[in-house]
Structures are given as C-alpha cells and as structure tokens.
Design a binder for this molecule. Structure first.
Ligand code: VAH
Length: 314
C-alpha cells in the first residue's frame, strides 16, 4: 500500500520527530502533520499541515478524505503530571481521540493505526524491576488509567473488527529538538538543557529515583519498525513493553559531568515524585525483541554525548 499518513499531535515531543522521520522515509507530501494549533515553521513548510482537534472524528475524516490517508499515528495526549491537574480533560482527550480513530479504522476509512501507551499503565503493586509484559497493572494516575483503558480498546477493535492497530509502552523519552510538556520523566530532558545553559539543575525527583528511559531516535525507530512489521509477527495487540536504558538523576548527572565537569545538581522533589514512585524502575521487553526484532542503539553514555553535542550547537 502506498503510505499516505496523518499524524495527530504532530507538534508534541514525539510527534515532531516522528513526523520528520516519516517524511524522510515516505516523502514530505505523503505525511500530513496536524495539531490543535499551528505547528513550527519548519513542520508547516516541509509538508501538508492541518489544524485538527484529535477528539473530533468528523474533522479527522474530512482530512482523511482530502489527502486519501491510509495510516494514522495518534500522538495527541495529555501527559502524566498535567493530567493530574485536569483529570476530566485528560480522560476526554486521551480516550475520545483513540475511540474516534479506532471507529474510522473499523469503518475502513484507514488501514492502519499507531497509538502510544506508556509504562504509566503499571502501578505501585507492579513488580518494579524488569517489569514483564503481562503482570499486575493497577495505575494510580489519570494518565496511566487512560493508557490502560486505551490498550484494551485497541485489543478489542483488533479482535472484534480486525482493526490493524499497533502500540508501544514508551518509557521516558529524551530528545533535544523539542521539549516535552507535562511529563514526569521530563527532568531527564531539562537536565541536559540546563547543564548546557546554566551548568546547574534543580531536579524535581529524588536522586535515587530509577526510571526506564529511551533516546528519541530509538523510540522513533521502534515505532516505524513496529508499523512496518509483518502482521503475522505481532502477537500483542494491547501494547508492547519497550525498553532501552534506566537510570537515576544521580547517574545521569554523573554522566553529564564527564563532559561538563563543573555541572552541579540539587534535588527538590515535588508532586511528580509520587507519580514516579508508582512506576517501574526497569522494563522487560523480550516480547518486542523476539516478535519483531526490536533492539535499542543508545545507552546512557551515547545519548548524553548526542544530547550535549546537539544542544551546544543549538
Ligand atoms: C510522562 N513522558 O512522563 C511521559 C511518559 C513514561 C512517562 O509517559 O508522563
């Protein structure tokens, strides 16, 4: 099938880089970027752009028809920390956008859907180390509840209506091109920006808070690899565990200090500490590695070099 792709939430942290990569792979004119508000000049100049409220099924359908879209990547969502401040808005955005896109796939307007889940689907009763694909899942955040519900909607539409929807449980994602908004893992992005700009950083999580993390390039590559995989290799239609590295604020600070020796960090845990404490410290993603040959490329050292080199040039 000639891929004609619509990215919903293209201005977000992942959406921005996913859109760039998809345009590189499939051609700028074959990837329509969209978000609730205007995108960056680069994104709107490089290819088609549409203003879309991701919960508005009719508008999504009109854009699908306008560009003969056959694949939708739904990246629009409200992340963990912000969702705690606006629970009803978060539930509405995170759930009704997914249900709108799944219905459009069920009605055969599109052939394939990508929807991201998160390690936020796990909760304080989940085994914390090397968290397995199938385990206790009792999320205690609005974001986690919405992602857990979303996973089972994906599985339902696949089993009941044959919808080809695919999903990954992203860990914290780290990038230098676009700052994330409203996440609990965002400290691991901010720390690099502040190390380069001010050589000092106050971390909103405690120094030994270990969380699963991944460099953006790995996350984007995993997403496209999953979407290109032979359907017969995809055994999980809720959402695959996906892992790369895990570290604490203390460890990432030590890695940064290898490049910026006078960098200092201090700790002032806030309400996001409780969210982080409810999540796993590391993830077992052997199903993804076995089913469709996933493997990560960036460890903490290589990611730190990549982040600092690019931020110093920015
Ligand atoms: C957040 N970056 O912090 C997101 C992610 C696993 C964390 O889902 O909310």
């Amino acid at each position: 099938m000639d891929k004609r792709i619509l990215v919903l939430g293209a201005s977000g942290q992942i959406g921005t880089e996913l859109t760039q990569k998809l345009r590189e792979l499939y051609g700028n004119s074959n990837v329509v970027a969209s978000d609730i508000k205007l995108g960056t000049f680069e994104m709107m100049d490089a290819g088609p752009f549409e203003i879309i409220d991701a919960t508005d099924k009719e508008t999504i359908l009109s854009v699908i028809k306008k560009y003969q879209i056959n694949q939708v990547y739904l990246l629009a969502a409200m992340l963990s920390a912000t969702a705690e401040k606006f629970p009803q808005k978060a539930w509405n955005l995170n759930m009704n956008s997914l249900l709108a896109v799944l219905e459009l796939a069920k009605e055969k307007h599109i052939q394939q859907v990508y929807w991201p889940s998160s390690i936020a689907v796990f909760g304080p009763t989940t085994p914390k180390n090397n968290t397995p694909q199938k385990t206790i899942m009792e999320p205690t955040t609005v974001y986690g509840i919405s992602k857990l519900a979303g996973e089972f909607w994906c599985n339902y539409y696949h089993e009941k209506f044959g919808v080809d929807v695919r999903s990954l449980r992203y860990p914290g994602i780290i990038s230098w091109k676009t700052k994330p908004g409203g996440g609990t893992t965002d400290y691991a992005v901010d720390v690099y920006f502040k190390a380069v700009e001010e050589k000092i950083f106050t971390c909103f999580l405690s120094e030994n808070t270990r969380l699963p993390m991944m460099y953006m390039e790995d996350a984007v590559n995993a997403t496209i690899q999953l979407m290109e995989a032979n359907p017969a290799t995809i055994k999980i239609r809720t959402s695959y565990n996906l892992a790369a590295i895990d570290f604490t604020p203390k460890e990432i600070a030590a890695e940064i200090r290898k490049q910026i020796p006078d960098f200092t960090i201090d700790y002032a845990p806030d309400s996001r500490q409780q969210i982080a404490d409810s999540w796993p410290s590391s993830i077992d993603d052997s199903e993804a590695r076995n089913d469709w040959n996933w493997k990560h490329e960036f460890d903490l050292k290589r990611m730190t070099l990549e982040m600092l080199n690019n931020l110093e040039k920015k």
